[in-house]
Design a protein around this ligand. Structure first.
Ligand SMILES: CC(C)(COP(=O)(O)OP(=O)(O)OC[C@H]1O[C@@H](n2cnc3c(N)ncnc32)[C@H](O)[C@@H]1OP(=O)(O)O)[C@@H](O)C(=O)NCCC(=O)NCCS
Length: 179
């Protein structure tokens, strides 16, 4: 993927939709293209990037990032991250197509079972999109973002992409209090 095009749209999105992302334009605007390129070219078993194009202009993007941990017990999880569609191309199915592509790619990633994401609770458009492709809500983080003096909650959603193919057995049985 073209790192300069990726970064251009990412920076535009951070400025245009400040409450949609945990990061900010001010924090990322000096990021070197070379650093971004290295990150984009990281092992496909750890991260996947999807770009949507109109002609040769990038108009949409998102990434799947494996949980950053050396802990084996958590390697079955990844985050859907950085979803953005340029305002001129919204409500035409671009976001949905990106999400579906990432989910397809996730199903081909060895050992990956759970994809999680966080969206601002006021972001009905993003939440609607994620629910339509199968994500379900599992938690709310109050006051997750503070943007221009206003707090925003995060809604956490997840999807199980293993589809019953996981080798792990779900633990059943009742919790006891030891009495
Ligand atoms: C969220 C975003 C990526 C959606 O992209 P998009 O290309 O407009 O989305 P789509 O056209 O594919 O719409 C997909 C789904 O979103 C939902 N949706 C679209 N517009 C909506 C609206 N105004 N209100 C609620 N849901 C809406 C629908 O469920 C739609 O499903 P359908 O196609 O089955 O009807 C885009 O609006 C965006 O970049 N927003 C700013 C950044 C952002 O919020 N990123 C998400 C961070 S978590």
């Amino acid at each position: 993927m073209d790192a300069a095009a990726y970064l251009r749209l990412r920076l535009y999105g951070l400025r245009e939709s400040p409450t949609a992302f945990g990061s900010s334009h001010a924090e990322e605007r000096h990021r070197p293209v070379a650093e971004c390129r290295k990150w984009l070219e990281d092992s496909p078993q750890k991260e996947i990037f999807v770009g949507a194009f109109a002609g040769n202009v990038m108009i949409g993007q998102a990434a799947l990032k494996r949980e950053r941990t050396t802990n084996r017990k958590q390697r079955h999880k990844a985050w859907l991250w950085g979803m953005y569609v340029h305002p001129r191309y919204r409500s035409q199915g671009v976001g949905r197509e990106i999400a579906v592509k990432l989910l397809q790619a996730a199903r081909g990633m060895k050992g990956l079972e759970i994809i999680k994401l966080a969206a601002t609770s006021t972001n009905n458009r993003a939440l609607g999109l994620y629910r339509r492709v199968g994500f379900r809500h599992y938690a709310t983080e109050p006051k997750a973002l503070l943007v221009k003096g206003r707090y925003y909650d995060f809604e956490y959603l997840m999807i199980d992409v293993a589809g019953g193919k996981s080798k792990a057995k779900p633990k059943s049985g009742r919790l006891t209090d030891g009495k």
